[in-house]
Design a protein around this ligand. Structure first.
Ligand code: NAD
Length: 283
């Protein structure tokens, strides 16, 4: 199926990255969030990201203007009625996502593919809140979306092959490499990544080493581009906490249990880069 018009739910770190990349690759793209303030600040950050890309010679000023002209924003989910594909990138909460999918099912035409950018939650549960479960897949982008090359396509037991193929082809038009995973908590990447990241926090809690040395160890010892605590700040401590809770709930494996320190940091509003403070300071 040919995709021409894309909708994006949520204009946070991931939603705005997805919207930017879709508009850059020629798609008419509409993005929404829960308030005008969040939407305005998300659009401003997309504008800034495009300005940086133009300054670095990755696009012309004219490409930037054309990209911005393809980008639309609305507070009314009813405006998603002409979308061929909607990618949900709202908060990592299953009940919230199910509500979004049920609403999208009401407003979108029957051919529209509905995709979730969830990090670990059950795509099947989202699919079953619609009357088109065969048209629902996971489409898991990585942060920052304009830079990271991977998309995990998640197939539920009821996703049709046509929907999976449409998702794959679409992601490839965004110049992403696609890997396919079954609808199992955390899919491929987060199933492997989360125990490692949470293990770094437990190591800090146990006083094994300082946060700087834990990160330095993995950067210089394993050639990772950033250490685990810096990466958690980048993902967002709130999102990381939600992911850990959901994966622990499913697997009951202590490797996925959210460390108390992360819970406390979220309660204190230390969410990482997005709040200016996490394990490290970003002010
Ligand atoms: P975020 O907190 O930066 O942004 C989420 C946005 O969704 C917020 O602006 C919020 O106001 C908005 N939102 C919440 N409920 C909404 C609704 N009902 N309708 C419209 N907007 C709504 O979080 P994020 O990091 O962008 O994560 C979004 C999703 O992407 C989550 O499912 C997360 O697990 C997933 N994800 C995150 C990362 C990462 O590194 N942060 C990577 C891959 C996937």
């Amino acid at each position: 199926m040919e995709i021409k018009i894309v909708g994006v739910i949520g204009c946070g770190q991931m939603g705005r990255g997805i919207a930017e990349v879709c508009a850059r690759h020629g798609y008419q793209t509409t993005v929404t969030d829960v308030s005008q303030e969040l939407l305005d600040s998300g659009i401003q950050l997309i504008d800034r990201s495009l300005t940086v890309a133009a300054k670095r010679g990755k696009m012309t000023e004219q490409d930037k203007d054309t990209t911005l002209s393809r980008l639309h924003h609305t507070l009314n989910i009813g405006d998603f009625g002409d979308c061929d594909l909607v990618i949900e990138a709202a908060v990592e909460n299953l009940e919230e996502k199910k509500k979004v999918f049920a609403k999208l099912d009401e407003v979108c035409p029957s051919h529209t593919v509905l995709a979730s950018n969830t990090s670990c939650l059950s795509v099947l549960d989202m699919a079953m809140s619609t009357k088109r479960p065969d048209h629902v897949i996971g489409m898991h982008f990585f942060n920052p979306v304009p830079v990271m090359k991977l998309v995990e396509i998640v197939k539920t037991i009821v996703s049709s092959d046509e929907t999976v193929n449409t998702g794959r082809s679409f992601a490839e038009t965004l110049e992403k490499t696609v890997i396919l995973a079954q609808d199992s908590p955390g899919f491929i990447v987060n199933r492997l990544l989360m125990p490692y990241l949470l293990g770094a926090v437990r190591m800090l809690e146990a006083g094994v080493a300082s946060k700087e040395d834990i990160d330095q160890g993995m950067v210089l010892g394993c050639n990772h581009p950033m250490g685990p605590l810096t990466l958690l700040d980048y993902i967002g401590l709130d999102t990381s906490y939600f992911i850990a809770c959901a994966m622990y709930e499913e697997f009951k494996d202590p490797l996925y249990a959210p460390p108390i320190l992360v819970k406390k940091m979220v309660a204190a509003g230390h969410l990482g880069r997005k709040s200016g403070k996490g394990f490290f300071d970003y002010k």
